[in-house]
Design a binder for this molecule. Structure first.
Ligand SMILES: [Fe+2]
Length: 214
């Protein structure tokens, strides 16, 4: 390395003569492929939706295998009045949660601020109402289904009607595992205006999945 420094010192560079009025740095147009290429580093996390889907899938497997039994309600007494959640995993990059859902307790229409998200349904079913830019589109996510939420995803989630519950009927908990990266720190809530657009009504600081459990 030392020799290369020595060699570099020996190189004589003859600069072209400056011409009055000539800019020292010329602005050159970028190639179109550079301009149009998505800039991955602009995202707030190195994890991608596929990574989050995998994490929720693994979390769901671990819950079903009993590896998180120590975090679950004693005796399998799932709360019936309110949503319930427990954090399965947490680090600087991602939070993974298990949520149980109860009837008629929706999340309200919200986003996940600067976090990407994903979920896997373990049991029962969820109804999701997603804003597509013009209206809400509903879909049902049943046991085994997955979904990911890019930045800007605005949705309302609620336990699906009990006829979609598990084999034990309405008594079966509706469970889903969610991952957020970076870990959730805020959510904004929205209402639909009479003009077919969204109005943001409030933003709250929270690390609770899908809004404060209540
Ligand atoms: Fe959400």
């Amino acid at each position: 390395m030392r020799s290369s420094v020595s060699s570099a010192r020996s190189v004589t560079v003859t600069a072209p003569p400056l011409v009055a009025g000539t800019p020292l740095v010329r602005a050159r147009p970028l190639p179109s492929d550079v301009v149009d290429r998505p800039v991955a580093s602009a995202l707030p996390t190195r994890l991608r939706p596929a990574d989050l889907l995998r994490l929720t899938d693994e979390g769901a497997e671990d819950v079903l295998a009993g590896r998180y039994d120590h975090l679950l309600p004693a005796g399998g007494a799932w709360p019936t009045a309110n949503r319930w959640a427990t954090r399965l995993q947490s680090d600087d990059e991602v939070d993974v949660w298990l949520i149980s859902w109860v009837p008629d307790k929706s999340t309200e229409l919200h986003d996940h601020a600067g976090s990407l998200g994903a979920l896997t349904v373990l049991g029962g079913a969820l109804s999701e109402f997603r804003w597509n830019g013009r209206e809400l589109r509903q879909r049902t996510l049943s046991a085994g289904d997955q979904a990911s939420f890019p930045l800007g995803w605005v949705h309302d989630v609620v336990r699906a009607p009990d006829q979609l519950a598990g084999p034990g009927g309405p008594q079966d908990p509706t469970l889903s595992v969610h991952a957020y990266s970076p870990p959730l720190t805020a959510m904004s809530y929205y209402e639909i205006t009479g003009h077919g657009s969204l109005r943001r009504t409030r933003t709250v600081l929270t690390d609770q999945p899908e809004g404060d459990v209540k």
